[in-house]
Design a protein around this ligand. Structure first.
Ligand SMILES: C[S@@+](CC[C@H](N)C(=O)[O-])C[C@H]1O[C@@H](n2cnc3c(N)ncnc32)[C@H](O)[C@@H]1O
Length: 207
């Protein structure tokens, strides 16, 4: 039986897809992933059977189990090991049956783009979940967060200010694409900003 590849695609631009990932994509019979990720593959995905991920993940695992004789690649955004589908896949398949290939995370990409390193940073996600980012920033650490349309950069800035934290906030939208936008400002200025940010990563540097 073939191993199931889980491939980290990088932040989005094809130039950030690792050569090993391209190799596995080319060898695949079936590509599974979010519509945006699969469509971004362009000619790399030509001739492959494609399956988009929707809400019905039980159907997805059944489909994979029924097609184990084929070469299957599950395409995930950024790094496969960072807020990705690896924990879900490990619940349904044995680790020996998975071939997990990392990619460049949107968080890694964001830090190099704004010119900071991330070894002393609290990194987490508020995408559909809560996390305590106040404690680490109060201790003087930078924070890097994956966001969603509920916990926006404005919501984060207000919460930080209400907790007496001052600093600079960076918002990275559409990272690595031609229309990438990086916004940099004080936490105070962010609270009143009348912009609806697209899918983004936030970094806050305390002052
Ligand atoms: C389910 S998480 C997946 C993270 C991914 N595994 C990674 O390493 O980047 C989705 C979140 O990643 C961030 N993200 C992924 N790609 C992005 C991009 N090109 N530009 C901005 N944010 C991105 C957003 O915060 C989004 O809500």
């Amino acid at each position: 039986m073939e191993k199931i590849n889980i491939l980290g695609l990088g932040p989005g631009n094809k130039e950030y897809i690792l050569p090993i990932t391209k190799k596995y994509i080319k060898k695949s019979d079936i590509l599974i992933g979010g519509r945006r990720n699969i469509e971004s593959l362009g000619t790399l995905a030509e001739g492959k059977e494609m399956r988009y991920i929707d809400r019905y993940l039980d159907e997805l695992t059944l489909y994979i189990k029924e097609n184990r004789d084929k070469k299957i690649s599950l395409i995930v955004s950024g790094d496969s090991g960072f807020y990705s589908m690896v924990p879900f896949m490990k619940k349904h398949f044995e680790i020996k049956d998975l071939n997990i290939i990392s990619g460049i995370s949107s968080m890694q990409y964001m830090f190099s783009t704004i010119g900071y390193s991330y070894e002393d940073t609290f990194i987490a996600s508020v995408h559909g979940r809560e996390c305590d980012y106040l404690t680490p920033i109060k201790e003087g650490k930078k924070i890097g967060l994956l966001t969603d349309n509920k916990t926006t950069p404005q919501v984060l800035a207000r919460n930080l200010l209400e907790n007496q934290i001052k600093g600079t906030i960076f918002v990275g939208e559409r990272l690595s694409y031609d229309d990438e936008r990086i916004t940099r400002m004080s936490l105070e200025d962010m609270t009143d900003l009348k912009i609806i940010f697209e899918i983004n990563v936030v970094v806050v540097i305390p002052s």
